[in-house]
Design a protein around this ligand. Structure first.
Ligand code: GCU
Length: 345
């Protein structure tokens, strides 16, 4: 059965605990006998709140399934870049991963709507959309048949800004000639070119050395990633363009889900909002720590940015992208409603 059915109906399997399918076979030896240990791939450090959220998922799942399931989190791209890992989740060799939103665009292009610049007016607006599981149901289950993965939840991953090794950025003209890393998707490439820079798509793990060797002049990311991955040491000018609020998604192999009993699936689903909350709460706290640390090592923050000028450069991209399908227009409307209820502070 599909997870989508569970979410739609809230159905809890009638199987009793004793009849429930016992995992087995997939364990990595770290858990109890007969326990299935899901591998959760993560591309950042153990300090990152999504690492903690992944660990919490394992603990809660173990408790809720009487030890039948647990999770082991593999940080620092140990299992590969986000793009590579998604392929493995699709194949069923990795069961879970956190992934940046643009990586999903090549699987279902409608995911692009939440990845467009200046889409969300506030963190609260983004949280309102990402908590609206009914409205996101079709999107989140859209890749189950073709790719065999299910989106379990989306979380806030801060606001992204541009940083570089040369100088502060105030207007689009300041980006001219700068080679800026973006995530690997068409929307991200187009966005940074529209804003005035030269785009260079690559995986997150390659950014530090590319900055260090001068292959890149800069990148764009939240403060947490910029500092935790030491990019703040080699690209110290951090300018508040506030151009993106990209969600991260927790993805699960549909094949792994299907192997769980209905009862265990339901237990997993019940835990997901708690995991979402842990990731979101941790992020806000970690952002301030990252700013403090980057300041200590000599980074410079610039909040004198002509946001209206940057918005104007990407407006045609936003309009053309949203107009492409009815689904995108519906998702866009969802964001607009959330923005109206949760305006920028
Ligand atoms: C953020 C996001 C990650 C993503 C990264 C990137 O850190 O949380 O999921 O991988 O940006 O720019 O690649």
């Amino acid at each position: 059965m599909k997870l989508s059915k569970v979410i739609l109906t809230g159905a809890v399997g009638l199987m009793s605990l004793s009849l429930a399918a016992c995992g087995g076979g997939d364990g990595d030896g770290g858990g109890n006998a007969g326990q299935t240990v899901f591998k959760l791939a993560f591309n950042q450090t153990e300090e990152h709140p999504q690492y903690a959220a992944g660990v919490a998922l394992g603990e809660k799942l173990e408790e809720a399934t009487d030890g039948r399931y647990s999770v082991k989190v593999y940080p620092n791209e140990q299992l590969g870049s986000q793009a590579d890992v998604l392929q493995n989740v699709s194949d069923g060799t990795v069961e879970l991963t956190w992934t940046g939103a643009p990586t999903l665009e090549s699987y279902n292009p409608d995911f692009v709507v939440f990845n467009l610049p200046y889409m969300f007016d506030s963190t609260e607006a983004q949280n309102a959309v990402l908590s609206n599981t009914d409205a996101l149901q079709d999107l989140y289950t859209s890749m189950e048949e073709s790719k065999s993965f299910t989106v379990l939840t989306g979380v806030n991953a801060g606001t992204r800004n541009i940083y570089n090794s040369k100088h502060p950025i105030t207007t689009p003209a300041d980006l001219q000639g700068l080679k800026i890393r973006v995530q690997q998707s068409d929307s991200q490439v187009q966005m940074i070119e529209d804003m005035g820079a030269i785009s260079s798509p690559m995986s997150n793990g390659d950014v530090y050395s590319a900055l260090q060797t001068g292959v890149l002049d800069g990148a764009e990311n939240n403060e947490v990633t910029w500092d935790a991955l030491k990019q703040s040491e080699v690209a110290k000018y951090y300018s508040y363009t506030r151009h993106l609020m990209l969600p991260d998604y927790l993805i699960m192999s549909t094949k792994a889900l299907d192997k769980m009993s209905e009862e265990d699936q339901a237990a997993l689903l019940e835990i997901i909002p708690e995991v979402q909350q842990i990731a979101n709460d941790g992020f806000a706290d970690f952002t301030q720590k990252s700013i403090d640390h980057a300041t200590e090592i000599g980074a410079e923050f610039n909040d004198d940015v002509d946001i209206d000028a940057f918005k104007a450069t990407v407006q045609p991209l936003v309009e053309a992208t949203v107009a492409e399908s009815e689904t995108r227009q519906e998702l866009y409307q969802l964001v607009q409603d959330a923005n109206a209820a949760n305006p920028a502070k």
